[in-house]
Design a protein around this ligand. Structure first.
Ligand code: SF4
Length: 707
């Protein structure tokens, strides 16, 4: 290629988003010039979202970290000096060896999430290194730990409904999911179903963009979805709307469920949810009568006190009505279970798997304060994540990050709120600068993401970062001798039936490949039952409740565990939200959904996305605003016993009375200060899978005087 030639590559969006878009990338003079959606991809169909359309600006931002840095100012100030990789690795090696000698390897805590979703460079990329060292284990249950646990307890790890089958659905309930912001490419399939006569119902406290396009928006108090689902069961059972044959042949626990929901009347549910009893009856009747009926469940469902059990109740509904019989009927949660990833190969073994200390990421503040009941953490190693923004109880977490005796390393693209507390910052490569392969949690295609350009400056891919660290720390594991392509060959079970006809060579040429599963127009994986649960049936009463593994090993560097086993009821239960229920100390219920223009905390520093998202805002109903003397676009103080933050009030009837909505993902800013919404959120777990409780926070809001 000459200096002026352009070349086009097929790649993949690297973000923690269900859509995993196939991208066409134009490279000119060794730099990414343009990205656009790949029009040939059957699911993503040529579109990219607002987060990614200007990806070259992200890659070549003047703020991008290009060289290793060493801290020269106080923690949190963000003052650093440039150093070489050799100096950085030397210092990391010296400090980590000294901590291991003095305190043992479990004083080191890795911390990573899905800042990159690649099979190689994503969630598990550091596991073989940290497991090889024998460090503490980072439990990663930020996103759907509760939902996935509920799903496995109820229907097992099944890919379930193909999202492309939704065109056949005739009744679609979108439950706790803003599809148009966070699963954009599913919408055309829903819209096609709607054009074909399907009714689309959206259950959410906020009338967001998706709810606006639904045929029926049902506002619901945050954290009360379980009551609604149990009341729907009550109506379906008491009005004889049950598919008796399906229940008899493909479920267990039905008789117990009948007794369990006998008192869960729509009138009872109305007092919990705020949804009128008549609406609950109508919803249950319409849902049961329509065929095929489909429930798209969003991650937000799990994020309150009994969110995991709410998800269990929702996942049980299609078996009561026999919705699984038809193409486009059942539940769409995450089809990740279709991808035969060799997770064990990616995690590697831990030498102390039986008794290693396991620290949940949601409670990092607790661990750094030494209040987790285990060994003191002396070093924190962060990659693919920004805990200062995304974890709960933010004020306490930041105090922990500021500990002078904590040796912190952060591998990053930008100087995030977390990186400002680091002793050493390492520059990380982005997508297009390394090779990877993407599974998807929103469709059934594997997507290839090849290296197209050299990383700028001293940036290295995560795979290379851990090769270098393994060498420095003497982690003797042949995995680190493998090239990225060799690692990819071992990262998947290429002999699995769903991989028939798919090779790396084909992926390199075509960019993507649909798993070898039946066509979406005929795919009915559970028409005749066959659920991958212990009983082979939908477990309305879950056998796993008697001692199942309630945090999947995937979330814990491959370490199995059962810390919640025995405390879970066999049938889905409902409890009022802990903070916002009847005993609430503050009057308003705060939810912190995903932002439209940010990808979790990514893009929180980019001008274009910030412009689209707007400043840190507190959306509230006119009646709540008026009662407090708050006007639209005025400055407000949002507070509870944990903290207070400053925000711009947005007065809108799209939020139900009694609720305030503050999207997550803003970084600290000169305008709005250090604290962002997770300063208000607790680090309390939901009931299953140690999911976070972003949507169970009580607050008050008051105007800030400008005089
Ligand atoms: S963030 Fe999601 S919707 Fe946006 S380009 Fe990436 S995969 Fe597609």
């Amino acid at each position: 290629m000459t200096a002026t030639e352009s070349q086009q590559f097929l790649g993949a969006c690297p973000h923690d988003c269900p859509d995993t878009c196939s991208m066409v990338v134009t490279v000119t003079d060794g730099k990414v010039e343009k990205v656009r959606g790949n029009p040939d991809h059957p699911f993503t169909r040529g579109g990219l979202c607002v987060k990614v359309t200007d990806f070259p600006n992200h890659l070549y931002s003047p703020d991008r970290l290009l060289h290793p840095l060493r801290r020269i100012g106080s923690k949190g100030l963000g003052r650093f000096e440039e150093i070489t990789w050799d100096e950085a690795l030397d210092e990391i090696g010296t400090r980590l060896r000294s901590i291991i000698d003095e305190h043992g390897p479990e004083a080191i805590l890795p911390y990573s999430y899905l800042g990159n979703m690649g099979i190689l460079n994503g969630l598990t990329v550091g596991d073989r290194f940290f497991n090889g060292l024998g460090t503490a284990v980072s439990e990663r249950t930020f996103c759907d730990g509760g939902g996935i646990t509920a799903y496995i307890m109820t229907v097992g790890p099944t890919a379930a409904v193909d999202p492309e089958s939704l065109v056949h659905s005739r009744y679609i309930i979108i439950w706790a999911c803003n599809v148009l912001s966070n699963n954009l490419h599913l919408w055309p399939f829903i819209e096609e179903a709607q054009r074909n006569g399907a009714k689309v119902v959206c259950i959410d406290p906020v009338r967001h963009r998706t709810a606006e396009k639904a045929d029926w928006h049902i506002p619901i108090r945050p954290g009360t979805d379980g009551a609604l689902a149990l009341a729907m069961m009550h109506v379906i059972i008491t009005e004889d709307l049950v598919d008796v044959d399906y229940v008899a042949n493909h479920t267990v626990g039905y008789d117990d469920l009948v007794a369990h929901v006998a008192d869960c009347t729509p009138e009872w549910a109305e007092t919990e949810t705020g949804v009128p009893a008549d609406d609950i009856r109508t919803l249950a009747r319409e849902y049961a009568a329509a065929s095929p009926s489909l429930i798209r469940v969003g991650v937000a469902l799990e994020r309150s006190t009994s969110g995991g059990n709410a998800a269990r109740a929702v996942f049980s509904l299609p078996s009561l009505t026999g919705a699984w019989r038809e193409v486009g009927g059942g539940v769409l949660q995450m089809p990740i279970w279709a991808f035969p990833v060799n997770w064990d190969e990616l995690h590697g073994p831990h030498p102390n798997a039986e008794s290693v200390q396991i620290i949940n990421q949601w409670r990092l503040g607790d661990a750094l304060a030494g209040e987790h009941g285990g060994q003191e953490i002396k070093s924190l190693f962060v990659y693919n994540s920004n805990p200062a923004v995304v974890a709960g109880d933010q004020d306490r977490l930041r105090r922990g990050l500021a500990r002078e005796d904590l040796f912190t390393v952060v591998s990053e693209h930008f100087m995030t709120d977390t990186a400002r507390y680091a002793d050493i910052v390492l520059p990380s490569a982005m997508a297009t600068e390394h090779t990877d392969l993407m599974f998807s949690w929103g469709h059934l295609y594997l997507t290839h993401a090849p290296k197209m350009v050299e990383p700028p400056g001293d940036c290295v891919p995560n795979t290379e970062l851990f090769r270098r660290l393994a060498k420095v720390m003497g982690v003797d594991d042949p995995w680190f001798e493998l090239t990225d392509d060799e690692q990819l060959e071992r990262a998947l079970d290429w002999t699995a039936p769903q991989m028939e006809g798919i090779t790396l060579e084909r992926l390199r040429t075509d960019g993507y490949a649909r798993l070898n599963l039946p066509d979406a127009d005929v795919y009915r994986p559970h028409a005749e039952g066959g659920f991958p649960t212990p009983s082979g049936k939908v477990e309305l009463a879950a056998s796993m409740a008697a001692g199942g593994n309630f945090v999947a090993p995937l979330f814990r560097q491959g370490i199995p565990g059962n810390q919640d086993g025995g405390k879970v009821a066999a049938l889905p239960t409902y409890k009022q939200p802990a903070e916002t229920g009847e005993a609430a100390e503050f009057p308003l219920s705060l939810i912190s959904p995903k932002a439209h223009a940010f990808m979790n905390s990514q893009y929180g520093n980019m001008d274009k996305q910030l412009g689209q998202q707007g400043p840190q805002a507190c959306r509230m109903h006119p009646s709540d605003a008026e009662a407090r003397g708050i006007t639209d676009r005025s400055q407000v103080r949002v507070f509870n016993a944990r903290s207070e933050i400053r925000a711009m009030a947005r007065v809108t009837d799209s939020v139900m009375p009694g609720v305030v909505s503050m999207p997550m993902g803003h970084w600290s800013s000169p305008e709005y200060g250090e604290a962002t919404v997770n300063a208000l959120n607790s680090d309390r777990y939901a009931d299953l899978g140690r999911a976070p409780t972003f949507s169970d926070t009580a607050v008050e809001v008051e105007p800030i005087s400008t005089e």
